[in-house]
Structures are given as structure tokens and as C-alpha cells.
Write a new protein. Sequence first.
Length: 327
Amino acid sequence: MKFDDLKKLIKDALLKAGLSEEDAELLAQVHTESSRDGVYSHGLNRVPKFIELVEDGSIDIHQRPTLLKSMAMVEQYDGNFGMGVKNAIFASNRAKTLAKEYGLGLVSLRNTTHWQRAATYTMNICEDNLIGIAWSNTDSNMPAWGSDKINIGNNPLSIAVPYGDFVLDMAMSQYSFGKLQVTASAGEELAYIGGLDKDGNETKKPEDIINGGLAYPMGYWKGSGLAIALDILAAILADGNTTYDVDKMDKGMCIGISQVFIAIDPKNFTEDFKGKMSDTIAYIKDGSSKTTYPGERMIRKRKESLDQGIEVDEEYVKKLKDYINGK
């Protein structure tokens, strides 16, 4: 599907859900860009769930972030259970403004909702030639290492550097739950073991993990530890909810979570920023044409999508068309 056609479909559905013209335009752009870049689980496929959360009152489309504390280069906001994408764009823009003044800006959000793709916000920061770092906690969706209960979030982290479209975007699970769902829908297996089935057996079948199984943290105990650390840091910096608190609220997927956005002006720290990046990328790619740096494959997918059209799951296209038409 062409970019503009997919964006219009998503925007029309969001307008039907009650969003303003401005907000529907913003969210449609963000969701379409995610699908364009191959992150299907957080693009078109996530729109029906967002609409469901709007209609049941879990997300308040009329709320905007309110300032709680201002400490020079640091600002803390309450997201007031508003739209996660809108809140996160606001927070990443504020971090950019602070970084331009102080060299570094940190903005935290509490009581916000799902931001969709983490890289959206670090890439937004990079547009102003700043380094972007952002992470979020979530409700629990995988076990801490050694546990047989789901009790930690897969807490996505993104780091983007304004050089060669360098952007890291990763969840703390071996595979994000969106990736599990997309792979299951395609009837495919995972390339590597992704977790346990309901009987405790390791599996590459995403449907076995989704249906009563357990997703592995990436790197096993290492991913588990990093997920816990990111959760605690986000909650402290935002004076907001931990994964434990979000679970207790039980309001739905990623409702009431905490997030952090950091913007850094590299010029204030080194005069050889581009040289360091160039040398590092050349070094890791030396010896193999298959080696890629974070973000390189995303850019290839983006070009492919713009040249050949964006891959879409017709089930979700139908869902939105039926919604728009009142079926």
C-alpha cells in the first residue's frame, strides 16, 4: 500500500474515534512511518487497540502533559493518561529545547500511555543534530530470570545518533510481543528460541509463547537485570509508576507508565564526533559486507517500502475500514 493511502486510512479511523484533525494527522504519520520502516506491530496493526483504549476511557484524548518540576536542564511532567504518541513527541521536543540551552536536556513523563515505537522519539531528537536516548517501562509481560511468573516489563530502549541514521531500538525481551504477534500471524517460526511454551519447553513458535507460555528476556539474566534497572530508573526520574504499580492499576496495556527522554548536544563534549562515528562504523563493518550497524537495515526497509509499497496485514486494513464504515 502506498504511504499516503495507508496514512489516510489510519487518519480516517482516528478521526472517527474522536481525535482532532491535528492529533489524527500526527498519530497517523507516526503509525504509518512505523509500518513503512518494517515495525508493523507498532504501525497499522496497533491502531485498533489504540482506538479500543480510547473508547473504553483508558486513554483520554483531550489531556495534555502538565509540568510538575523544572530543574534547569531537567523537567518532569504528568501525562494525565493522554495519548502516548502525543505526550512523547511533546517530551522529546522539550528535551531538545533544553539540550540546545544547556548541552543536555532530560524530560520525564509519568501517567502516560503506549508510545508505539521508541525510535520515533530518538529520531525526532536526532533531527536537530542531537543524540537521543529514550526508554519506557511497561506492564509486566515476561518473567524475571529464575521466576516462573510474569513480573517484569520488556521496557523498550532507544538510542539514536545523528550520523548515518544510527538508531538502536530494542525491547528487553528476546523478541518484542509485537514481533511475536506479527510472526505468528505470518505462520512463521522465530529465528532463535524466544521463550517457553505452557509446558515449560523452549520454543521457536511464537504462538506457543503467546498462548500460555513465557517470553525470555534477551540475554537471559542480563536482559532481566536491564529491564528491572530501566523500570526503576524511569519510575524514579518521573516520580511515577513502576511495572509493579502499573500491574496493580490493571487498566490495560501500558496505561499509567513512566518514560524518560534525553537529548545531548555532542558538540559540547567532543570536537571529533563525526570522526569517532566514522571510525567505529568502518571498524565493525570491516571483513564482512553482512555486518550492519543499528538502523542500517531499517533505512533499507524504508526505501523498499517507499519504492514498492508498504506491506500491510489485510486483516487490520479490513478492521479499520469496517470501523470507519460503522460495521
